[in-house]
Design a protein around this ligand. Structure first.
Ligand SMILES: [Zn+2]
Length: 390
């Protein structure tokens, strides 16, 4: 009995040390603390017995774990970012050669085309035929949502999507253009941070990525809807949806590099706060008396408690590229005379951010006035699972 508990304890300590050795924010000092605990705790177990020792270990350790909400690791073996090297060491630009084209945002075609993730170049030696060999790892512990092993079914090529619950927010991470997907992972399976997901490559559909531009396209963000198939079915697309809720249209990424940087600097005390404090570009008043699935999955994005008498409408705050970062529920008494059921209107706009938007059909300036564009309406339909007229 005691030996079992001790073995469990040792395994836990080993796992924590292993996770910390991969954790940028805590690499070094905390790992040493854990190793020291491990040594001291082993003696305590021997002297006092397993139960008391486990209790002591928990009391001593848990308060220090506050700084580690989750383990985040770089999704390839490239140590450049961890070593503080510049982007040129790890970002793969497009054929333009402009470094920023491999980063997140309005970085392509002169700022008119959006890139929803970062492109990471190979680090390990190429094969004799010039193909990438880098393994691709899960950036955080999470559940395998989707594996797409047929390159021709998406512009992502072969790709894997994981979901992660962190501080009341459901995040997704996405790994695209893989040469192959690991045969050891299955949808629904939980994987630890650092689990092998596949091999870096250049698979894609609708265009081809040359050998010298092989890369991992990595995304992190929020998923809009829970019934994407229904939304997809209402559109007039010519091909079927092979990807369920993990279709790229149902996903909205935020800047992975800023995320890694904030994590490295220990600035992500809480994932929900991190997302909700991203710059607000516009707020929509959405007169729909229903709690959307994204709020149920990510209650951390609520801007206020759900009213006991039920929700009459929402104020949803967005980033300029359309990430719905905060949902504030409203009571019937909060609404004005212009708030009719089903009506969607702009409640607040940061003209500087919206005015600079030249590549996303979220909210843009039209004849000098801010206007709601099609991507915003589509994402609302995905989130609320219904047809919404503008
Ligand atoms: Zn990319």
């Amino acid at each position: 009995m005691m030996r079992d508990a001790y073995a469990t304890f040792l395994e836990c300590a080993r796992r924590v040390c292993h996770a910390l050795s991969k954790c940028y924010a805590c690499r070094g000092s905390l790992r040493r603390v854990f190793l020291a605990y491990h040594g001291v705790a082993s003696i305590v177990v021997w002297v006092f017995g397993a139960r008391l020792s486990l209790l002591l270990f928990a009391l001593l350790t848990l308060p220090r774990l506050g700084c580690i909400a989750f383990a985040l690791i770089w999704p390839t073996p490239d140590p450049s970012f961890a070593e503080g090297k510049g982007m040129e060491s790890f970002i793969q630009p497009t054929a333009s050669g402009e470094l920023l084209s491999g980063t997140f945002g309005a970085v392509r075609s002169g700022g008119t085309r959006f890139h929803e993730g970062i492109d990471l170049k190979p680090y390990l030696p190429l094969t004799r035929k010039g193909e990438a060999t880098d393994p691709v790892y899960a950036a955080m512990g999470g559940t395998v949502e989707h594996l797409s092993s047929v390159a021709g079914r998406s512009s992502y090529g072969r790709y894997v999507v994981l979901s992660h619950i962190v501080d009341g927010v459901e995040l997704y991470t996405l790994y695209a253009h893989l040469a192959s997907v690991s045969g050891l992972i299955k949808p629904g399976q939980y994987v630890d941070a650092g689990t092998l997901l596949g091999v870096m490559g250049r698979s894609a559909s609708g265009y081809s990525i040359p050998k010298d531009r092989a890369h991992l396209h990595f995304e992190v963000g929020l998923r809009f809807g829970d019934d994407f198939d229904s939304w997809y079915g209402r559109q007039k697309f010519s091909s079927p949806n092979y990807h369920g809720n993990s279709n790229g249209m149902n996903l909205c990424g935020f800047d992975p590099l800023a995320f890694f940087e904030a994590y490295r600097q220990g600035k992500i005390a809480n994932m929900a706060t991190y997302i909700r404090s991203m710059p607000t570009a516009y707020v929509l008043r959405v007169n729909i008396a229903q709690v959307p699935g994204i709020v149920r999955r990510s209650p951390g994005l609520l801007g206020a408690e759900l009213p006991a008498e039920g929700v009459a409408a929402w104020d949803i705050a967005y980033t300029w590229y359309g990430l719905p970062k905060q949902f504030t529920p409203l009571r019937a008494t909060d609404l004005g005379p212009s708030d009719k059921p089903g009506l969607i209107r702009l409640r607040a706009v940061d003209r500087e951010q919206v005015g600079a938007n030249r590549c996303r059909n979220t909210v843009r300036m039209k004849n000098g006035k801010p206007a709601i564009y099609s991507d915003t309406m589509s994402s609302l339909e995905m989130m609320f699972g219904m047809k919404i007229s503008p």
